[in-house]
Design a binder for this molecule. Sequence first.
Ligand SMILES: Cc1cc2nc3c(=O)[nH]c(=O)nc-3n(C[C@H](O)[C@H](O)[C@H](O)COP(=O)(O)OP(=O)(O)OC[C@H]3O[C@@H](n4cnc5c(N)ncnc54)[C@H](O)[C@@H]3O)c2cc1C
Length: 446
Amino acid sequence: MNDSILIIGAGVAGINAALNAASYGKKVYLLDDTPSIGGMMARLDKTFPTNDCSICIEAPQMYEVDNHPNIEILSNTEVRRLKKGDGDFKVRLVQKARFIDEEKCTGCGACMEACPVSIPDEMDGRIFGNRKLVFMPFPQAVPNVAVIDPDCRFGKMRENGACVGGCVVDCSQCRECPIALCVKACQKEGKDAVRLWQSNKNINVDVKSIIVATGIMDDIPAEGLHGYKVCENVITNMEFERLMNAGGPTAGQIIRPSDRKHAHKIAWLQCAGRGLEHGVPYCSKVCCMIAAKQTIITKEHDASVETSIFYNDLKAYGKGMWGFYEKAAEAGIRYVRARPYDVFEDPETKNVFIRYEELETGELRKEEFDLLVLSTGLVPSDRNKRLAKILKIDLDKFGFFKEEDPIMAPLETKVKGIYLCGGATGPIDISESVVQATAASMKAVL
Ligand SMILES: Cc1cc2nc3c(=O)[nH]c(=O)nc-3n(C[C@H](O)[C@H](O)[C@H](O)COP(=O)(O)OP(=O)(O)OC[C@H]3O[C@@H](n4cnc5c(N)ncnc54)[C@H](O)[C@@H]3O)c2cc1C
């Protein structure tokens, strides 16, 4: 009897569900539509409430998944079709071309060094992060295989100076490229792994159950919201997280986008956009703890940095979280109960001014900062709608996957055999994601 399990989404929830199901002897397909497993946690600096290094916790699990005899990782892969059979699901997957042979690439980086074009990285572009057209998503990526930007392969980067730019022949017509520098660099290493003619691959799997673990995304504020993209030194909490990260674009230097100078006076603005027409209409549960973590770590980097958190409601969901807030307060972080109504910059210094009403006194105040961090919320994966349609399961009004009954049938969907865990169900932290992953995988295994 087929008792394999398909897990869609390979963040910390998907990874834990996979390891648990595999430990019960089940064959697991762990699928992610990006080039590496790891999800959001692989990009974080440290994790509340312990402030342990995020990738140091997740990388060993990623390695275990990669080497587990029962787990097959399908990176860069999407779900296309699903047919419900008699007690199983027949699923059509499409593995998108990486233009690199996964078996031959050793992740040596020679192709990346040879690539002549750098462009702003999708996540880190506003804080000095660049990537090449052939790149590794992050240093600890699993699989440890490079990927070529499809825009380069399909000739859209010609104006940016891509080396294949001058060629008029479609790559699918050639089996060896005489001009691409990545191809030559790889051949020089004796590997010959670049495959510019690689096409998408269909894969069919038959599984007994499916776990949806498609996670969350950080909300990108609308232009102009509290000065975002209007004032140079207004960034999001995800961008700040990447600034703090030793493996991030600034190697952990907390510097300002406008002049690369260290920020000495930093403000966090909680619930940024919440309740506004274009903003997140719900509490994301983790932002207050993210701000507490980021201020504590900022002080650990340099105790002289002044940190202020502007908030309205303070939330500390979960075990140990109130203690974590107290730790931040004890570390000298200034909490201001306030309603900010205006953010603007000094055109010369690029310092950021916040005008706010102090809620305890009703007074209007104005304060100047080197850097402003917007605590934006967590939003559903932007691929949820499409996936819900394919799997024939429901989304809630916010776009997260809907549980059949959150009290008596949590993590179950209206389709028997399809389960949910982690950020796919709503805003959540890591430990709760892991708890849900274990529960969902047990439902899938039994
Ligand atoms: C700035 C910031 C800081 C944070 N700090 C902390 C912290 O310190 N401590 C803490 O506990 N939590 C923290 N969190 C929350 C934490 O990131 C989440 O709890 C955690 O990432 C949820 O894990 P997940 O596996 O459910 O989702 P994700 O990590 O989002 O992983 C989901 C995976 O699914 C993939 N995917 C999405 N859609 C599809 C699809 N249709 N098909 C295939 N694959 C898909 C994605 O590519 C991704 O790899 C933070 C969040 C942010 C934004």
